[in-house]
Design a protein around this ligand. Structure first.
Ligand SMILES: Cc1cc2nc3c(=O)[nH]c(=O)nc-3n(C[C@H](O)[C@H](O)[C@H](O)COP(=O)(O)OP(=O)(O)OC[C@H]3O[C@@H](n4cnc5c(N)ncnc54)[C@H](O)[C@@H]3O)c2cc1C
Length: 510
């Protein structure tokens, strides 16, 4: 074999890519190369830039683009967006699994996915929020939720609406990302695993119904890598972009960009689904500022550690469609004088029906993508209605006695009564894009992959990351994506038609 030929090439070394590289290389007889556009900081936290490890804040480095709209944020580093994210891990509802089963078959049911969820919880070392990480605002939010009659819910599993705590991939203030968790020194010591950083996958070379190579720009020079199987894991923005540059996508659009279509799959880059949200800012009382300052001095100030799952009238009977998030601390963006903090409650739309898109602006792999999140654009206005319902709940929470004692609502317009344009202008994102290479049956023109992640019409090409989920779960997406990658790695190992075997791991007690 030439040094540039492998059994499996994993293209994109983010959350899913790390899982795939680790699982697929467990068999010493299978050679695996993980190709990542960004740097590789290695298995020892001591070699990592401090901001990527600090779980108290969201870093702005290690990103694809700087100074862009927040909905474009995505990391470019081995470990992917787990190196820049909020370290929250939650799970969706039974209703989410029903949507996925319709698209990909029984292996996507909550029961069938459970071993992969548990394997991901175990491998990432996910743990419960330690009591000392709860700020006075988070504690008051728990009291406020109880005052309003909400029950406690286990956020790491399907279940019921209620308040509760995420599982964290943060250990004593250190963000424990997917690279540290899945690509430790023991895994990197495998002779059959190559990690290739600073290598941008430009395009797949397709001949007939097979991929015959991938052109990567490694440290700036083009190079062709070959494998029996190609697994695309470049994230909800990067994966459709790579397929589009390869001629896999809507044929007319590709021709217009001068790219020769090789597989007409209109779903590539369509169906972008992300969770928009609106923050209700409150004016912290002096007592809250002082208490937050004390937490900050102790190095234990975490902006958000508690959430409320709630259901609008549009939610399925056994599900929820909103996350209501109390937060307090230094502003996410911008700054305040020392000793002053931002406090508030956000409402996030977890099951949007609006859809956006990922499109190329050119065939150049480094050109910025045309990303339209499509937030709150559904013609019936259902997303706006659900968001208003969430803002009403957020306001009720903020005005329950426990929180009202610590912060007040400035102004006199209740946020849910704001006009559509004002709400749109205030909309941010929860950073959970999915759906741009959605799974579905071969006779569905919008489907890109089957339930095993195999691209329709191309024999040796798989997509295995956030982009295959046809609908966003009513959850933060990291844990669902980890479980998706665990499931699809097992399916690849088993081969088509065979029964995959889940990794033999036991969930650690939270
Ligand atoms: C700011 C932010 C905060 C978030 N907070 C949370 C949170 O608290 N909880 C939660 O559950 N989720 C959170 N998320 C979402 C979560 O991180 C994602 O769901 C998850 O990372 C998706 O995994 P992925 O493997 O699909 O993509 P990613 O992790 O984004 O990985 C994709 C990788 O592919 C690489 N890549 C892309 N194109 C190419 C190419 N052409 N060639 C080579 N490599 C390429 C990228 O550099 C990247 O490393 C957050 C995301 C962001 C951006």
């Amino acid at each position: 074999m030439s040094p540039d030929t492998y059994d499996v090439l994993v293209l994109g070394g983010g959350v899913a890519g790390c899982v795939l590289a680790a699982r697929l290389s467990e068999d010493p007889g299978r050679t695996v190369c993980l190709v990542e556009a960004g740097p590789d900081h290695g298995p020892d936290p001591a070699g990592w830039p401090a901001p990527l490890l600090d779980a108290r804040a969201l870093p702005r480095e290690g990103m694809w683009e700087r100074k862009v709209a927040v909905h474009r944020f995505r990391a470019r580093v081995v470990g992917g967006s787990s190196c820049v994210n909020g370290c929250w891990n939650t799970w969706g509802s039974e209703a989410d699994h029903r949507e996925w089963v319709r698209a990909g078959g029984e292996r996507w049911s909550s029961a069938a996915m459970e071993p992969y969820r548990a394997a991901a919880v175990d491998a990432m070392g996910l743990r419960a929020v330690p009591d000392r990480e709860l700020s006075p605002w988070a504690r008051a939010a728990v009291d406020a939720a109880r005052e309003l009659g909400h029950n406690e819910a286990d956020m790491g599993r399907t279940g019921a609406p209620g308040y509760g705590f995420p599982l964290l991939n943060a250990h004593d203030g250190t963000r424990w990302n997917a690279a540290l968790a899945y690509l430790g020194a023991d895994v990197r010591a495998r002779r059959n695993l190559t990690v290739l950083p600073h290598a941008v996958a430009d395009r797949l070379l397709v001949r007939g119904d097979r991929v015959d190579g991938v052109v990567v720009h490694a440290d700036g020079s083009p190079r062709t890598l070959r494998a029996d199987r190609y697994v695309v894991a470049a994230g909800a923005f990067g994966s459709p972009a790579l397929l589009l540059r390869s001629g896999v996508g809507p044929a007319d659009e590709l021709r217009a960009l001068g790219i020769a279509p090789v597989a007409d799959l209109p779903g590539v880059g369509a169906n972008l689904s992300d969770q928009p949200g609106v923050f209700i800012p409150l004016a912290p009382a002096a007592e809250l500022d002082a208490a937050l300052a004390a937490k900050e001095r102790d190095g234990e100030l975490y902006v958000s550690r508690v959430l409320l799952r709630t259901a609008s009238e549009h939610a399925p009977e056994d599900g929820w469609d909103l996350h209501v998030l109390p937060s307090a601390g230094p502003p996410l963006f911008g700054s305040l004088p020392p000793g002053r903090y931002e406090a508030g409650v956000s409402a996030f739309l977890m099951k949007p029906v609006s859809r956006g898109s990922v499109r190329l602006t050119s065939a150049d792999p480094l050109a910025p993508l045309a990303l339209d999140p499509g937030f709150l654009t559904d013609p019936e206005g259902r997303d706006l209605a659900v968001l208003r319902s969430g803002l009403e709940t957020a306001l009720r929470l903020a005005q329950a006695p426990a929180l009202k004692a610590l912060a007040s609502l400035p102004g006199d317009t209740a946020p849910h009564l704001l006009g559509d344009d004002e709400l749109r202008a205030r909309t941010g994102t929860y950073w959970h894009p999915v759906g741009t290479c959605a799974m579905g049956p071969a006779d569905d023109p919008a489907a890109v992959v089957d339930g095993g992640g195999r691209v329709h019409g191309l024999a040796n090409l798989t997509v295995a990351d956030a982009s295959v989920l046809p609908t966003v779960p009513a959850a933060n997406t990291q844990l669902p994506v980890l479980a998706t990658a665990e499931l699809l790695a097992a399916a690849l190992i088993a081969g088509p038609g065979a029964r995959p075997e889940a990794p033999a791991t036991k969930e650690r007690p939270a």
